[in-house]
Ligand binder design. Structure first.
Ligand code: CA
Ligand code: CA
Ligand code: CA
Length: 273
């Protein structure tokens, strides 16, 4: 018995899995309502829970990093993404963006979200890299980035592969593009809906209006002052119910005084591990 245990211990020590970093974040369910007021588009494909984040895993996998985004519902492909002009990734509705703060230094990194999110980041939690996980095929995603986010292009990471399994979306990115996840990095995972026919300045993000429409979220505003994000990580990202309130508070703290140049964006928290 002792010999078997010893042998097992050696195997464990030799296995790269034993040392590879893995970062796990939980999110409570029932908070797929942005600041607390957002409602889903009315078309039947947007089933309740489709944008409800429950967990995020970021795992070191050799020369790659594996990102798993767990949602409340099994992920469906009602609009047959495999048949799109640029073949899609096997799902239709969701979009997720992982923002990463690699240095936790005041003033270092980007302080705004991607175009269409209408969010900002804390002064000491600005992001160095953002991974865009979309059902759109790679050439479509890259052309959106070129058209709408040229200034961010060097720091927007397009996954090598995106796939779906049950309730999770799995993105594989190269460490050459993202770096090697390390203790002290900050993370924020934003869930939105992929809009195949986005507004001219929006990077595949679906709009939130005052009233929901067939393909528009409701419960926000008709201008672009409100944050266009549905679920985010908040608090300690342990899945506590109190994180619902923390999310609602963060996403409600924006100001629409004056013209667009004077608007103050909702600030998304960064979660450090
Ligand atoms: Ca959630
Ligand atoms: Ca930073
Ligand atoms: Ca949340």
């Amino acid at each position: 018995m002792r010999r078997i245990l010893a042998f097992g211990t050696v195997l464990l020590m030799m296995s790269p899995l034993a040392t590879a970093a893995e970062f796990v974040f939980d999110d409570p369910s029932g908070d797929d309502d942005g600041p607390g007021s957002y409602t889903y588009p009315t078309a039947p494909e947007y089933k309740k829970g489709s944008f409800d984040l429950t967990k995020l895993e970021v795992k070191d996998a050799g020369d790659k990093v594996e990102i798993k985004v767990y949602l409340k519902n099994p992920i469906e492909d009602p609009w047959k993404s495999r048949d799109w002009p640029v073949k899609g990734n096997g799902f239709s509705l969701q979009m997720a963006v992982l923002f990463v703060d690699q240095d936790h230094k005041a003033g270092a990194g980007h302080d705004q979200g991607i175009p269409g999110f209408n969010v900002a980041f804390p002064e000491d939690g600005r992001w160095e890299k953002a991974v865009i996980i979309s059902p759109q095929g790679e050439t479509r995603l890259r052309s959106e980035i070129n058209d709408k986010a040229k200034d961010l292009k060097a720091d927007l990471v397009v996954p090598q592969k995106v796939s779906v399994s049950g309730k999770k979306i799995i993105a594989v990115v190269s460490k050459k593009d993202l770096g090697t996840p390390a203790a002290g990095w900050g993370f924020q995972l934003v869930v939105q809906s992929n809009e195949g026919y986005p507004d001219k300045a929006d990077l595949l993000t679906r709009k939130v209006n005052a009233s929901a429409g067939e393909h528009r979220f409701g419960g926000g505003r008709d201008d672009d002052c409100d944050p266009h994000v549905i679920d985010i990580l908040a608090g300690q990202a342990k899945g506590d119910k109190g994180e619902i309130e923390a999310q609602h508070k963060a996403l409600s703290a924006y100001s629409c005084e004056g013209g667009p140049a004077a608007w103050k964006r909702a600030v998304l928290p960064m979660i450090y591990r």
